[in-house]
Design a protein around this ligand. Structure first.
Ligand SMILES: [Fe+2]
Length: 391
């Protein structure tokens, strides 16, 4: 297939996906705001129609017609518009799913399959639009970045200075992360010769059998002070107990509201791991359970899939928290100094990299997998190497 044929093939898909997204937003507005008066509906219809026309124009500019300088701002506008629509749909979906993780899964898979289906199609449309526009660097499976970071901890004994911790997160084994996508990370991490390896959650996308290939590969991971993991929200989309048990059999010590004190050259380092803190669950309750019996004087690292609880961790005076979950935004529109411009910023300020609050630090890794759409833009997969140092 030639490039022009491919573009001609893609064009109707882009327009169709955009139409689906707009249709879904319209349905949500109708359902949620039935009291909205007719004149406002007409206004909204006008906006939707204008957006649809701009989408067709933008898609044609990037796919069918020679790209001109004036088309570039239009592409940005259309991209941001679709991002805003998608975010709105996701926000409403979050509200629907607040009743609990199990209900979320069943509601999404059984009760409201139409909503899930349309959401996926809309997201795919958004991804196609992004994919088809010359706005960013699209990452391929072998485009991962190794991020080296020195983390200075206030009370780290000299013997622990220089300890190297490798970390990958959000594997999302499944339709878009197959064996050949995951395998290179295993060899690369081993080649880095870390002292220990942390795996803070989302091993699978949503099905029990997806853990098999992860276990087959991760049993090769090597680190003298161990390989540790905790669960993420996607591990609960299947049977998290099954996922964890299989990982344990593969040599990954799963810390599920539990801790492990590691002896390194006669000094202790505490690893605390939390199960995914789901809707209605309490970070503090889970932490208290996980740290029961742990000497608070030992330097500690908390593994918690979601970074949203960093303020709580700082309030507890923890030394270091490590998280994934955000995928670094996955689709990053721009980086302005240290600020990552991504739709995800609506949900959290902790998107990627190192953060500090009082004496506590948080490192958020971008992970290696994807969610919703199987692409990353301006946001390559990450292997993290943290080197501990005294402050
Ligand atoms: Fe994830």
């Amino acid at each position: 297939m030639t490039a022009s044929n491919f573009a001609a093939y893609l064009f109707p898909i882009v327009v169709f996906a955009s139409g689906l997204l707009h249709w879904r937003v319209w349905r949500i507005l109708e359902e949620r705001f039935p009291e909205v008066v007719v004149t406002r509906r007409i206004l909204l219809s006008g906006i939707a129609l204008l957006s649809a026309l701009l989408t067709v124009w933008a898609a044609a500019s990037s796919l069918l017609l020679p790209m001109t300088a004036s088309a570039r701002p239009l592409l940005w506008t259309v991209l941001l518009w679709h991002g805003a629509l998608l975010t709105g749909v996701l926000l409403l979906r979050r509200r629907v799913t607040a009743a609990g993780r199990q209900e979320e899964f069943h509601a999404a898979s059984e009760v409201d399959t139409e909503r899930r289906d349309v959401l996926r199609k809309g997201a795919a449309g958004f991804g196609v639009i992004v994919f088809s526009s010359p706005l960013g660097n699209i990452s391929h499976d072998d485009d991962y970045e190794i991020v080296y970071k020195t983390v200075r901890l206030r009370r780290l004994p000299e013997q622990l200075a220089g300890v190297r911790i490798a970390m990958i997160s959000d594997i999302h084994s499944g339709p878009f992360m197959a064996r050949e996508d995951i395998e290179p990370y295993v060899g690369r991490i081993n080649a880095l010769k870390p002292d220990m390896i942390l795996l803070p959650g989302d091993f699978i996308e949503s099905r029990n059998e997806e853990i098999e290939v992860v276990c087959e590969l991760f049993r090769r991971l090597q680190a003298p002070y161990g390989v540790y993991g905790c669960t993420g929200n996607h591990d609960y989309f299947a049977d998290a107990d099954h996922v964890s048990n299989e990982l344990e059999l593969a040599g990954v010590r799963m810390l599920r509201d539990a801790h492990q004190v590691v002896d390194i050259d006669g000094e202790s380092l505490a690893l605390i791991g939390l199960d995914d803190v789901g809707p209605g669950a309490s970070f503090l309750d889970q932490f208290m359970k996980a740290s029961r019996g742990l000497d608070p004087g030992i330097p500690n690292i908390l593994m918690c899939h979601k970074p949203y609880f960093f303020e709580d961790a700082a309030g507890l005076g923890l030394d270091l928290m490590v998280s994934g979950h955000t995928h670094g935004g996955q689709i990053v529109l721009a980086r302005v100094f240290n600020t990552v411009v991504t739709p995800l910023a609506i949900f959290t300020r902790y998107i990627e990299g190192l953060y500090r609050r009082d004496a506590t630090q948080l490192y958020v890794t971008r992970g290696i997998g994807t969610v919703m759409v199987p692409i990353r833009i301006n946001c390559p997969p990450e292997i993290t190497v943290l080197t501990l140092a005294s402050s």
